[in-house]
Design a protein around this ligand. Structure first.
Ligand code: APR
Length: 247
């Protein structure tokens, strides 16, 4: 309802430090599958522990590598949407007022021009070594192998390259988590868009913001686990609501 949008627009106008936490729902309308949407979510098709965990990768490296190659191809072929552009546009208009923290690894916020994106769960297009390196394990090794359906491997020690994303059971990059916590605890308004709010520590940032006295606004097409923390819950698509709030 428009009066809710107007109220939140006023909160944003009054806000000096806005923290935005995004999830897969802000990329959904670009054509990137989410994880938990009932029919289309990745976790409706695969088991997360098979496809997004170190044991899953060690058990079936080709299967996991192939899925990430598939996701890289899909994301490379889509464009940022109006939600990504609304966030980038606001940041350009109001330098230093908005900190964008994302759980997404698709790089669409960055491609839309958002600066200083805090990427909690890594980067879909980055790789790293699975195990400790031998002297010959250099990233250059994989240069010509990126299109392989098998993960590139060091010919000397067999070390495998793995996607540079945070898998279940793994720690988040400490610098990103620290930056996200500083932003959540220092903001006066926390805008949560397109996330089911079920994965921690990302979801915990919302409670940290609330405990620090921030207002909480949720933008989602459906109810979320975080709604109980919200001062306002705006039901609608990110590409509709975010431009209405930030434009
Ligand atoms: N606009 C706004 N919200 C949407 C839209 C849309 N067009 N489409 C879907 N959503 C909402 C869904 O209702 C859901 O609440 O986006 C949310 C997507 O939730 P998930 O698929 O669980 O994605 P996310 O919350 O980002 O997952 C967090 O879990 O699998 C791990 O590491 C992965 O970063 C991911 C983390």
């Amino acid at each position: 309802p428009d009066h809710a949008i107007e109220a939140v627009r006023d909160w944003i106008a009054q806000s000096r430090r806005l923290c935005v936490l995004t999830g897969a729902g802000v990329s959904a309308e670009s054509g990137v599958p989410t994880f938990r949407d009932a029919q289309t979510g990745y976790w409706a098709q695969f088991r997360a522990e098979d496809m997004a965990s170190e044991p899953g990768f060690r058990a079936h490296p080709a299967r996991v590598w192939h899925w990430y190659q598939h996701r890289r191809g899909l994301v490379s072929a889509v464009a940022p949407n109006a939600a990504h552009h609304a966030l980038a546009g606001f940041a350009a208009q109001h330098p230093g007022r908005l900190t964008l923290v994302t759980q997404n690894v698709d790089g669409l916020h960055q491609r839309a021009g958002s600066p200083d994106v805090v990427a909690l769960h890594g980067d879909l297009f980055a790789d790293q070594w699975l195990d400790a390196c031998c002297p010959q394990c250099t990233p250059a090794l994989q240069a010509g192998q990126l299109t392989a359906t098998e993960p590139p491997a060091c010919p000397y020690c067999g070390n495998l390259r793995r996607p540079g994303v945070v898998w279940f059971g793994e720690c988040l990059p400490q610098a990103a988590l620290d930056a996200a916590e500083v932003a959540a605890q220092g903001c006066d308004l926390m805008l949560v868009a397109g996330t089911a709010g079920v994965v921690y520590p990302a979801a915990g940032l919302v409670l940290q913001a609330r405990d620090a006295g921030a207002r909480v606004v949720i933008v989602n097409t459906a109810p979320t686990e975080l709604d109980r923390l919200a001062d306002a819950m705006l039901q609608g698509a990110a590409t509709t609501v975010l431009p209405a709030l930030l434009g």
